[in-house]
Design a protein. Structure first.
Ligand code: ADP
Length: 207
């Protein structure tokens, strides 16, 4: 199962990614997490990345492209993966296309978690107030900038996958469980659990 998870900041990508990854046994590859790890390491690259992220802007396509290509060539990603936060621009779509073509594989589905801007802002600022997964780029001004960048740079990515017939649109405004149910329904048919054991029948197995 080779999946991309797409959606604005605050749509719940991280939460759903954890469930998808556990259910289909595919690694959750989050470019945001990888970049934050680079920042935390204090490396030269991390310092540059921090300046960009804290403004709500995107790191250059070639930089993130190389990080993702390297990650996708690791052993655990060979049988499937869930990409979260990549591709985020049309050039990144091209980078992923070429990387997968080299492996002789392709995407199975793009899960598009939809949420309106005001709900997104409310959620992210609420999460900050709870001290729950607080992030340096969660100040309201920066959140609004991330949303602006999302609409100009990432919305075209959804259109592109839509025209390829890969897009599954999911209403991200519902409860965590309800959103996951929609995702399961959207993946039915292509779903293999990633397990080699044929006695396992897949998500919610035994039905
Ligand atoms: P969110 O989607 O909630 O804004 P992420 O954790 O996916 O957060 O990303 C946080 C930040 O990391 C982004 O605002 C951006 O600066 C950087 N980033 C993550 N993925 C990419 C990418 N594919 N290309 C460029 N920058 C990225």
């Amino acid at each position: 199962m080779r999946l991309v998870l797409l959606g604005p900041p605050g749509a719940g990508k991280g939460t759903q990614a954890a469930r998808i990854s556990a259910t289909w046994q595919i690694p959750h590859i989050s470019t945001g997490d990888m970049l934050r790890a680079a920042v935390a390491s204090g490396s030269e690259l991390g310092k540059k990345v921090n300046e960009i992220i804290s403004k709500g802007h995107l790191v250059p396509d070639d930089v993130i492209g190389e990080v993702v290509e390297r990650r996708l060539s690791e052993e655990d990603a060979r049988r499937g993966f869930l990409l979260d936060g990549f591709p985020r621009t049309l050039p990144q779509v091209g980078i992923l296309d070429r990387g997968l073509a080299k492996q002789g594989t392709s995407l199975d589905r793009v899960i598009f978690l939809q949420l309106d801007d005001e709900t997104a802002v409310t959620r992210i600022l609420g999460r900050k107030e709870d001290g729950n997964g607080e992030r340096a780029d969660d100040a309201e001004e920066t959140v609004r900038e991330r949303l602006r960048v999302y609409h100009t740079q990432t919305a075209p990515v959804a259109n592109e996958y839509g025209s390829r017939g890969l897009l599954a649109k999911i209403d991200g405004s519902r409860t965590i469980d309800a959103v996951f149910e929609q995702i399961k329904a959207a993946l039915e048919g292509i779903a293999s659990t990633g397990s080699d054991d044929p006695s396992e029948s897949g998500p919610g197995g035994g039905r």
